[in-house]
Write a protein that binds this ligand. Structure first.
Ligand code: NI
Length: 179
């Protein structure tokens, strides 16, 4: 068990395409996933992809916290997805604020497909197959993008919303104080 070092934007491991995991049940994959969970909880974050911890393998982990969804039943505990595949179920997109552990302190508004299907495997080799909407769909798209070397700023259509969270919060506070 251990907390792993997180690669930041600019490191080449984040811009390459990750390799398929041949055996999702292999002990070294279980160990990597367990270290990824520990690293994500420590950060803290709600999603992490293997290339972010310098392992260019097709593995993502994520959760959907209750705070991010309208109804409690839409929340999801930690999910491990190995060799994930996404199917876009609508052309509709919605914009939402994203951050990433590989761009610490920053955030931006990113359009994502609002309804997707996805499947993959857990570390017991069990197939996971789900439909996802809204925040759930967003986090899966964000994490799976990491496996193809895509970081969220590359998906942004308006870079004026990109910046340091601390600065943007200051602006919001100033605005609130003036109003
Ligand atoms: Ni990320």
């Amino acid at each position: 068990m251990g907390i792993l070092k997180i690669a930041r934007m600019g490191h080449p491991v984040l811009s390459g395409s990750s390799k398929k995991v041949e055996d999702p049940t292999a002990p070294e994959i279980k160990k990597l996933v367990s270290d990824m969970v520990e690293t994500m909880e420590d950060a803290p974050g709600i999603g992490l992809a293997a290339p972010q911890v310098h392992q260019p393998l097709r593995i993502v982990i994520f959760k959907v916290p209750e705070l991010r969804v309208l109804e409690k039943k839409q929340a999801l505990p930690l999910t491990v997805l190995i060799n994930p595949v996404i199917e876009v179920l609508t052309e509709d997109t919605e914009k939402g604020i994203e951050g990433c552990l590989s761009l610490p302190g920053m955030s931006g508004v990113v359009p994502r497909f609002s309804h997707i299907g996805y499947h993959g495997f857990d570390t017991n080799g069990k197939k996971i197959e789900r439909e996802a909407r809204d925040f759930h769909a967003r986090v899966v798209q964000h994490e799976c993008d990491h496996l193809d070397g895509v970081l969220y700023p590359m998906r942004m259509t308006d870079l004026s919303s990109f910046g340091f969270v601390e600065e943007m919060e200051k602006q919001n506070q100033n605005r609130t104080m003036k109003e």
